[in-house]
Design a protein around this ligand. Structure first.
Ligand SMILES: [Zn+2]
Length: 283
């Protein structure tokens, strides 16, 4: 089913604009920052001043490791845990050491041996105690990109819920890391209407959602982009696809499989895109 639909498509219409980073981007940052900064005594500062106290505590201390859970980044640094959530406007800027003059409101500047980064505009940039870290982690759902993810827990939550699957997929306490683009694409690939309720899904359908989510997020992390389409259908490798070739339903005016006009409405306060033919409503 999944492969048939992936194969039957050759999208050309529609454009992609900037959206909140989803889990693949955050895991990619964690991987890159581990490679570039872990194991070093780092310089930390807050050119803007809003994180001056925190940066002072981190400055000159050893960064042990960086890991991600959903859209949250955690830096085990000295005897603190630095928590970063980019939100809609947060942005990392990479530099070679020494970095240039700070641009804009740089909340946190980190300088390592060869590389540096600036962080502007995050929703969260804070130091957490062990208890605060545990509390935050316990609020987060299963993250398909983490090795310790347990799909059974996600299934228990979804199969007992009367909320729409389109809503549940955005709920970070159910599955952590899926955002607005992935939810639309995953439901489209599986032929599921976004309004189908969690407790109307059977185990097989949930397993398909989970497996597809793991697979697509891994591709996204590897290429640092959300890529849903199949290279065979597009006729070029994923690394060469342009932005209009990577998605199947999100922000597309017409279904890339059957050419029906795509339905757009608000679900969980975000726009959802679905094909009325390929994703029929359940009676
Ligand atoms: Zn369709």
């Amino acid at each position: 089913m999944i492969d048939a639909r992936l194969r039957a498509t050759n999208p050309t219409a529609g454009t992609v604009t900037h959206a909140m980073p989803e889990g693949h981007t955050i895991h990619r940052v964690a991987e890159d920052h581990n490679k570039w900064f872990a194991g070093q005594m780092l310089k930390a500062s807050s050119p803007q001043g809003r994180f001056a106290d925190g940066a002072k505590k981190l400055n000159g201390k050893l960064l042990y490791r960086v890991h991600a859970h959903g859209k949250h980044l955690f830096y085990e640094w000295g005897d603190s845990t630095l928590h970063i959530h980019l939100g809609l406007y947060g942005k990392f800027r990479r530099h070679k050491t020494p970095p240039p003059e700070p641009r804009g409101a740089v909340r946190l500047r980190v300088i390592g041996e060869d590389r540096a980064f600036d962080l502007n505009g995050p929703t969260a940039c804070e130091l957490l105690s062990k208890a605060e870290f545990q509390k935050l982690r316990s609020r987060l759902g299963e993250d398909p990109l983490r090795d310790d993810a347990d799909p059974e827990i996600a299934w228990q939550k979804i199969s007992r819920s009367r909320s729409a699957i389109g809503q549940l997929l955005l709920n970070q306490s159910v599955i952590a890391g899926v955002g607005n683009v992935y939810r639309a694409e995953i439901l489209f690939l599986l032929g599921l209407h976004p309004s189908v309720k969690g407790n109307e899904l059977n185990r097989r359908e949930f397993d398909d959602i989970w497996e597809l989510t793991v697979r697509l997020l891994k591709i996204g992390k590897r290429y640092n982009k959300i890529i849903i389409t199949n290279p065979i259908d597009v006729g070029k490798p994923r690394s060469k696809m342009n932005s209009s070739e990577r998605l199947l339903i999100y922000k597309k005016p017409h279904c890339t499989v059957c050419e029906t006009a795509v339905h757009v409405w608000q679900l969980a306060s975000r726009k959802i895109y679905s094909c009325p033919v390929c994703q029929p409503e359940r009676a």
